[in-house]
Design a protein around this ligand. Structure first.
Ligand code: HEM
Length: 425
């Protein structure tokens, strides 16, 4: 195998979209260099390639945080590194966006904890256990649809279908709207990948319109559920009352968008990366298949570490402060690169080894400990486990037949397509 092209520290430009289309090994090598030579590195803001009618004023640039210890430290100090200033994207979110994309991920206390308190009951391990059966039957249906065909696109027909169905069922979205949800969440997280936002279209308008479509879907659903409550999450949230508080319709719509986007793209990519990784590491696959239940708990964590589906989250510095010898000023943007923290040699032994038995595995794929730690982590773990349990049981020979087609994004480590073959024998 040829060694990946290595960039010198001065040549690395995380703001250049072309960097994110380079082969994975080259990307890994660049983050290795950053961790070792410039763990808190300054970059100018990324520029949009396409014109937009929505004005985005030029920003001050950002600091890329690439070491595990620094990502952990920033995540647990929201009073110094906040989330509520101009969104969790690198470029400040234009005002127009905050209505749809202003949910808890972009909030600080006391609003954040209030919202999180209201919604968290639906995502605790007990609740997730209670939907295990429906996750199982959803996985079965998905496999039924592709089993006899002998081949399929693993991403769009298998991996993406499970989180989509689970989250839509939880919220009470009818099956006829699944494709709308799938398409709009692709647009929101694609960051202008030409497959989802065609060349020449205004990417910011596409983003805004996608948010608008999802908000409208939620508003219709909420209006119906207000009069016809059932046992879905939408009904619960509409009537949720914690210490006399409940969600307003606007809060409900933006929470719904966050859930759809956060819950779909991430879990889908973890499941897709897993198939590719298992194919590249047949020894690991055999180990897991030989004793599925015993290996599953560590396997799932390793899949999330390996895939790091969410590449980064942003925080903004609230007051002058210091971290690992670096002085930050109020207003500085810090970008937590989870993909890099998850390969940090100071924390993970042989981090480039895919090891389903890795233990301990203090990865930050779901974020590091702190108020914003992934709300859906238990659910995602269940979905990944159930999907692979069913795949190994019903189509044990499933394997990819060509290289993954990757999403062009600096935010989601996405696989758009992964052709696979399966016989069900
Ligand atoms: C493998 C799958 C997943 C990964 C890798 C993932 C990753 C993340 C990350 C990195 C964060 C930000 C943490 C931070 O800023 O400190 C986050 C937050 C969040 N995730 Fe996930 N996630 C996954 C699945 C899900 C699912 C299935 C749901 C819900 C259905 C979900 C809902 C959320 C929500 C609501 C937040 C915001 C929490 C807050 O701000 O308090 N995620 N997730």
């Amino acid at each position: 195998m040829t060694a990946p092209k290595t960039l010198g520290v001065e040549e690395i430009d995380l703001s250049d979209l072309a960097f994110w289309t380079e082969p994975w090994p080259m990307r890994e090598a660049a983050f290795h260099t950053l961790r070792n030579e410039r763990p808190i590195a300054y970059f100018r803001e990324p520029e949009f390639e396409a014109e937009s009618i929505i004005e985005v004023p030029p920003g001050p640039g950002y600091f890329a945080i690439t070491r595990h210890a620094d990502v952990v430290e920033i995540s647990r100090h929201p009073e110094l590194y906040c989330s509520g200033q101009s969104g969790s994207t690198i470029v400040d979110m234009p005002q127009e966006f905050l209505e749809f994309f202003g949910s808890m991920i972009n909030m600080d206390d006391p609003r954040h904890s209030r919202l999180r308190r209201i919604v968290s009951a639906a995502f605790n391990p007990r609740m997730v256990k209670s939907v295990e059966e429906s996750i199982q039957s959803a996985a079965d249906d998905i496999i039924d649809k592709v089993r006899d065909r002998g081949e399929c696109d693993f991403v769009t027909e298998v991996a993406a279908r499970l989180p989509l169905k689970v989250i839509c069922d939880m919220m009470g979205v009818p099956e006829s709207d699944y494709d709308l949800v799938f398409n709009r969440s692709n647009v929101i997280l694609s960051m202008g990948d030409p497959e989802y936002v065609p060349e020449g279209d205004d990417p910011l308008m596409a983003f805004l319109n996608a948010g608008n479509d999802l908000a409208q879907l939620m508003q219709e659903l909420a209006a119906f559920r207000a009069d016809h409550p059932t046992d879905d999450l939408t009904s619960d949230l509409l009537h949720a009352n914690v210490d006399g508080e409940s969600l307003s319709h606007t809060e409900l719509a933006s929470f719904f968008i966050l859930l759809l986007v956060a819950g779909n793209e991430t879990t889908r990519n973890a499941i897709s990366h897993a198939l590719w990784a298992l194919d590249q590491h047949p020894d690991q696959r055999s180990k897991w298949m030989a004793d599925f239940e015993a290996v599953a708990p560590t396997a799932v964590e390793e899949i999330v570490r390996w895939a790091s589906p969410v590449i980064f989250m942003r925080r903004t510095v609230t007051q002058d402060t210091e971290l690992s010898g670096h002085s930050f000023s109020e207003g500085d943007k810090v970008i937590l690169f989870y993909n890099s923290a998850n390969r940090d040699e100071d924390v993970f032994e042989d981090p480039q080894r895919f090891d389903l038995l890795r233990n301990p595995n203090p990865h930050v794929g779901f974020g590091a400990a702190g108020p914003h730690f992934c709300l859906g982590a238990h659910l995602a773990r269940r979905e990944i486990t159930v999907m692979y349990r069913e795949l190994f049981r019903r189509v044990p020979d499933i394997h990819s037949t060509s290289e993954p087609v990757r999403l062009r994004s600096n935010f989601i480590n996405g696989i758009k397509h992964l052709p696979c073959a399966l016989s069900g024998a």
